[in-house]
Design a protein around this ligand. Sequence first.
Ligand code: BDR
Ligand code: CA
Length: 317
Amino acid sequence: MHKVIYDTDPGVDDAMALLFLHRHPEIDLLGITTVFGNASVETTTRNALFLKREWNIPAPVSKGASVTIDSSRAERPWPAMVHGENGLGDIDVPETIDLPLDPRPAHRFIIDTVRAHPGEVRLVAVGRMTNLALALKEDPEIATLAKDVVIMGGNFYVPGNVSPVAEANIHGDPEAADIVMTAPWKVAVIGLDVTAITTMSRSYLGEMAARGDKAVKQLDALSQSYIDFYKHAVEDGMMVHDSCACVYVVVPELFSSISGAVRVVCGGIADGQTIVRPDARRFPPDGAWDGLPSQVVCTGIESEKVLDLIRNTLLAA
Ligand code: BDR
Ligand code: CA
């Protein structure tokens, strides 16, 4: 079993990935930690509680960061045009959900849970990396105690989605992402290079909903405006970003990758750009890179197989 903490900002594609984690038989979901991003952290936390209640997910929800790790950064507006005003495609979601939160802030929940299961916990982070960076700052030893980190974020050999060079999860907190990428733990980066070419059409989703239970029908409903948003890039469909990272947890063989140190540009016109220094290339000594851990950067994906696995898992209720 893969023991997973899901760090998320639900979020339409976050919701699909959550149902995947909940339903996959080899995943033991230990906790859901929330972060600002697709909406405010109040909204993403309310959404996590809503999905937990609707889908009977036993894992606790712990509320995380509301702002970037460098609090002097200017706040960026929530992407309501992507995920809706309420972060879940503007389907009906009550203002408040009468379920308790874990009393700890998300970064403390991460530290305690990693320490409770040394060498076992897989951190799956599909929003801003702020909670992970805060956890590392408070307890750097977790880098050697977590099994690994799998993130949805970044772009290496393709353009960004919020600037010509940056992807939303990294651009939303570049300093936090640089801390996470350069810490001495294993990170697998599932970025736009693979997620932007893994798309689900409206009809694929609709057929799945017709065969699925209430949860799958809800996914179909909350994804409709997200699909509308993606019309500039996908023909009547959507990118399934966050679910790709969750698939990587169970079947990494569906991805091809390179290894190398990863850094994030913090500031200037390339703010939030992710850069890999491939191990396969020789570069002169450089203090910005030497001695950093080598991470896994995914550059290829078997999209059809990934989509099949998502569908089969979501339908296996
Ligand atoms: C990422 O940004 C968010 O909009 C999605 O949930 C995903 O995690 C894609 O760039
Ligand atoms: Ca997300």
